[in-house]
Design a protein. Structure first.
Length: 222
């Protein structure tokens, strides 16, 4: 989401999504591999975030959604972006960035960016597939690349882009009762915007990251 003049954490909760949680049996590497191999019809999350881009030409980008295989259950690896960045500073995000000329496809972009931002070497990454593109208020058309990540691996954050790296249980993120809707009034008086948030411990996951997680949620439940 574009940078706003308020702290989204301070906004009141508008409502909860409240869909049932994903069946725990479906949160396994084997089931996820089968799910991505056998596509089913499902409806992506409806969002109007792209209107904040003010008719910008959307630039192609890609993110890696790294699902880490842990002994205690699957987790999703996320980052907190550095505070000095021009877009989405300090927000929670997936490793990723703009498509470069040498990138042959969105998967290559996601793998390259993950290596550059957090030091995740691609030999640990197994690609499952992609989710529908997500248009952000900052003018990017983002392809989410979903993957399984096999430990052990060593991470090292690029301090110019990433302030911290952490993991959230996939079961928490795939439970509709943890999906909040929060709303804010646009400063020009043109209306209201509603966005998803998934607060976890000290981390406030919201905006485009939460929107892409909602699409993963819909896709798994289909």
């Amino acid at each position: 989401m574009s940078q706003l003049i308020f702290n989204p954490e301070h906004l009141l909760i508008h409502s909860f999504a409240n869909e049932p949680a994903v069946n725990p049996e479906h949160l396994s590497p084997e089931w996820l591999r089968q799910r991505f191999a056998r596509q089913r019809i499902w409806t992506p999350e409806s969002t109007d975030e792209h209107v904040l881009a003010n008719n910008l030409d959307f630039r192609p980008a890609s993110v890696l959604i790294p699902i880490v295989i842990r002994d205690h259950g699957l987790t999703i690896l996320l980052t907190q972006r550095a505070a000095n960045l021009n877009h989405h500073a300090g927000q929670i995000s997936f490793p990723g960035g703009r498509v470069e000329k040498l990138d042959s496809n969105p998967v290559e972009t996601a793998l390259r960016e993950a290596e550059e931002e957090v030091g995740l070497e691609r030999q640990h990454v197994s690609i499952l597939g992609t989710l529908p593109d997500y248009k952000t208020g900052t003018g990017y058309q983002v392809t989410p690349v979903v993957s399984l990540v096999q430990p052990p691996f060593h991470l090292k954050a690029d301090p110019g882009e990433v302030a911290s790296i952490f993991e959230v249980p996939l079961a928490f993120l795939m439970d509709g009762k943890n999906h909040q809707r929060r709303a804010y009034a646009l400063p020009d008086g043109s209306g209201e915007r509603v966005f998803y948030a998934m607060p976890y411990q000290k981390h406030f996951i919201w905006g485009a990251t939460a929107g892409m997680l909602r699409n993963l949620f819909h896709m798994i439940r289909a």
